[in-house]
Design a protein around this ligand. Structure first.
Ligand code: WQD
Length: 325
């Protein structure tokens, strides 16, 4: 298929582009390069530099590529930042979604694969979260993703739009050091930045009702997340029904377990600082990923060592980060 990936020059988007190209699709990218970088793309991947908020330009670019399906990844995704700057998040993520759906209608594109998030669940109860779980976002970021899902459902009810929404759990790792997450928001890159800078990484709270007192999350390799997109596109091109799917491994890892894994894999005998709990954090958020396995035949293939090891490769090879003495 002829596919356009918004946010395709970003950390997750670039992995999705790679997986779709490997599946034989003709992929182009729309990205405003606010956080994405062209060096994450191959020279033969068309890159349209524009904001998803520029509806006319997006429609023009969709038509130029002969787009049949949009993978909408472009969004802001830092939970704490969304609390501090809610209007920016509603503009970029919700008005951005409105703009993409409007551009698709103008360009006659009838299929969308949406990058949603486990953040829509907020603080779930129970061990595993399935797609029927209550959605009660605990941050403006989570609300933006839930509102986008609803916007898609309503447009699909009024038109012939086909859609799939993938609710990512905690994405980490890298298929290639050049594609690594260079952000500063999530646990694993923050741990590596700290130890490479010679300062102890931080644990936000160690008195949660979990097996070791620290928060538990479902860390999923970004290559598995990208493969889930390829599986969803295969499903959509063969008439699978519109649906929401969790993208996770189904097993949880605590922050403390991540620290011990990072010590073992990096060979750095670093200590950490336990800090007060972070507002809005849930004790445990772990996916029930049975639905996508049954519906699209996808399941995760990488474990935590693969995730931490592949992420570390991009850090240990960096020259600009001081090596801890
Ligand atoms: C993970 C755990 C922190 C940093 C994110 C976003 C969003 C979504 C899900 C896609 C938490 C703890 C963190 C640190 C720490 N993915 N932590 N020290 O908050 O689970 O959610 O992933 O949409 O990206 O919602 O991810 O990596 O910020 O935190 O102790 O320096 O690590 O308290 O328990 P989070 P995170």
């Amino acid at each position: 298929m002829r596919i356009v990936v918004t946010g395709g020059a970003g950390y997750i988007g670039a992995h999705v582009v790679l997986a779709l190209r490997r599946d034989g699709h003709d992929v182009a990218v729309i990205d405003d390069l606010s956080t994405g970088t062209p060096d994450r793309l191959t020279d033969d991947t068309p890159l349209f530099v524009c904001s998803v908020l520029d509806t006319e330009r997006v429609a023009e670019n969709l038509r130029a590529h002969g787009c049949e399906l949009v993978v909408h990844v472009a969004a802001k995704k830092a939970v704490e930042q969304s609390v501090a700057e809610p209007l920016m998040y509603y503009r970029e993520n919700v008005i951005g979604m409105h703009s993409v759906l409007s551009a698709m209608a103008q360009a006659g594109v009838g299929k969308i694969l949406f990058s949603s998030s486990a953040a829509v669940y907020g603080a779930p109860t129970g061990d595993l979260v399935d797609e029927q779980a209550v959605t009660a976002p605990a941050s403006p970021y989570g609300w933006t993703k839930l509102m986008c899902e609803q916007m898609i459902r309503d447009v699909a009810a009024a038109t012939a739009l086909d859609w799939v929404a993938l609710r990512y759990f905690n994405v980490a790792g890298a298929a290639d050091p050049a594609l690594a997450d260079r952000g500063e928001n999530n646990l694993i890159p923050r741990v590596f930045r700290a130890i490479c800078s010679g300062v102890p990484p931080q644990i936000f709270g160690d008195e949660y009702p979990t097996r070791d007192g620290t928060c538990i999350r479902d860390y999923i390799h970004v290559a598995d997340v990208a493969d889930a997109h390829a599986a969803a596109v295969r499903g959509m091109s063969s008439g699978a029904p519109s649906a929401i799917y969790n993208i996770g491994t189904g097993s949880g890892t605590s922050v403390l377990e991540v620290m011990h894994t990072a010590r073992r894999i990096t060979g750095r005998d670093f200590d950490w600082d336990v800090r007060p709990p972070r507002a809005g954090d849930s004790p445990a958020v772990v996916a029930d990923a049975a639905k996508i396995r049954a519906g699209l035949g996808w399941q995760s293939r990488h474990d935590l060592d693969d995730i931490v090891g592949s992420a570390w490769q991009s850090w240990s090879s960096r020259s600009e980060i001081p090596v801890a003495r």
